[in-house]
Design a protein around this ligand. Structure first.
Ligand code: EPU
Length: 430
């Protein structure tokens, strides 16, 4: 059993590097299936979701060479349809991009239903609606999604009923090699959507409008290989911004695009945290500060990111007064609240809103990472709490944070990852 153990109460000081963005990397990896040539993908984060994506692609017949810890060469020329192992696909949500990629390349797809963090119901109806608009017949049976476009993939207008990051990227992937033009309306606008479009355009695609709510994809005959670097991970950056503030330390967070962090910076400033934007870095300090209560609602980009909900909740626990944190994207994203309450937080969940009574310090406790971002929140909480916090189920954290233990240790945290026999972890730590 693996745990993260934190001896909290230390302020973080120094510089910390942000890795490539998970949610861009996984889409770009699966999009390589469309390319007739070698793609060299740089600035890949060293995380298990990237490893799983590469393993899935490899099982489809792709030739994959690791050139360094952050650079991979992917050659999908000999890949085949329908060979992805169910056990791998169900490990993560992003495997749904394989459906779009197989459909785009082979005009048919056969992929196990995707897994991922548990936020309640996670439908893929908008993905299916889009594939159908492009001429595919889609069925879900026996845990598999099957899509068949007998007359090929044909460009069309796709209007999403709700804003979906995954559906936007999946339809973009499926439509790149289509006959004719596809217009995605009510598209999501996240930076990773722009990154995927930039990657595909570098390979010869014709995509315009990514980053707005209307994306136009003119189908092209084929895509060629390229070298492409993934953008920095705004959620990893945001996590370290909150860690700096919550520990009342000061961090210079390098390799970021400050524009992507604006909603997070704005909320931190409203709370009284010091934030300074540089060209490709951001300085955050919580030194000698008390934090104001605020209200937050998570929304699609450029709103406050849902993937920062749990981490922000930790800071709200330390703010003076009562804050209201409303989840505007997922049905259920508050499973972590029970864990924070174990650490002395006073949070009540009322429907989609967490009511956070702030002002009291958190106390160390054994807690679980109930999902990826919840795990990051437990780390931040543990960093602020005096004494030893033991975090269980850290495989969630490893899905999305590249070297988080080492990075935090380098800026002053007392944090280690240990392998211990199950129930002894907390006893040993004390
Ligand atoms: N939705 C539908 N139908 C669909 C698709 C989505 O109703 O066909 C709903 C969802 O239930 C949800 C909302 O639309 O209520 C938004 O879902 P979206 O499709 O945007 O999410 P996703 O693509 O499945 C990605 C990230 C998540 C992140 C969300 C929102 C990846 C691999 N995952 O998920 O990231 O929370 O966008 O920004 O890109 C994480 O990194 O920790 C993470 C969970």
């Amino acid at each position: 059993m693996e745990n993260i153990i934190i001896n909290g109460g230390k302020k973080l000081f120094g510089e910390i590097e942000v890795s490539g963005m998970k949610n861009a990397a996984v889409a770009v990896i699966f999009a390589c299936l469309l390319v007739k040539g070698k793609c060299v993908i740089e600035n890949l984060p060293n995380i298990s979701d990237v490893d799983t994506s590469l393993k899935i692609l490899s099982s489809c017949g792709a030739n994959i060479r690791r050139l360094s810890s952050t650079v991979v060469e992917i050659d999908c020329r000999r890949a085949e349809c329908g060979r992805s192992p169910y056990e791998l696909v169900r490990k993560m949500r992003a495997s749904y991009y394989l459906i779009g990629a197989e459909l785009g390349r082979f005009h048919r797809a056969y992929v196990g239903c995707p897994g991922g963090c548990d936020f309640g119901i996670r439908p893929i109806d908008q993905h299916i609606k889009g594939f159908e608009a492009l001429g595919a017949k889609v069925s879900v049976e026996g845990g598999y999604v099957e899509a068949v476009a007998e007359n090929g993939v044909i460009g069309n207008q796709v209007y999403f009923d709700s804003v979906s990051v995954g559906a936007t990227m999946n339809i973009m992937i499926a439509a790149v090699l289509a006959k004719g033009t596809t217009m995605i309306e009510n598209a999501a606008r996240e930076p990773h959507i722009v990154d995927l479009a930039n990657f595909l355009n570098t390979c010869g695609a014709d995509i315009t409008g990514a980053g707005t709510d209307v994306i136009k994809i003119k189908g092209v005959e084929s895509l060629h290989g390229c070298t492409y670097a993934i953008i920095p991970d705004m959620i990893e950056a945001g996590t370290y911004m909150i860690a700096a503030a919550a520990t009342k330390g000061r961090l210079k967070i390098n390799n970021v695009i400050p524009k992507h962090l604006e909603s997070i910076s704005a909320k931190l400033e409203e709370m009284g945290v010091y934030v300074e934007e540089l060209d490709d870095a951001i300085i955050v300090s919580g030194e000698d500060r008390t934090f104001n209560r605020v209200n937050i609602k998570t929304l699609p980009y450029p709103g406050f990111p849902t993937d920062m909900n749990p981490q922000m909740c930790v800071l709200l626990c330390l703010a003076e007064g009562t804050s209201y944190l409303t989840e505007g994207v997922w049905d259920s994203r508050f499973r972590y609240v029970e864990e924070l309450n174990r650490m002395g937080a006073t949070i009540k969940v009322d429907g989609k809103t967490a009511v956070v009574e702030g002002g009291a310090p958190l106390t160390a406790a054994p807690v679980r990472a109930v999902d990826l971002r919840a795990g990051a929140a437990m780390i931040i909480a543990g960093l602020t709490a005096k004494g030893k916090t033991v975090i269980d189920d850290i495989y969630h954290i490893k899905r999305g944070y590249d070297g988080i233990v080492e990075k935090l240790r380098d800026v002053g945290a007392e944090i280690t990852e240990v392998i211990t026999p199950d129930p002894a972890a907390f006893d040993q730590a004390n």
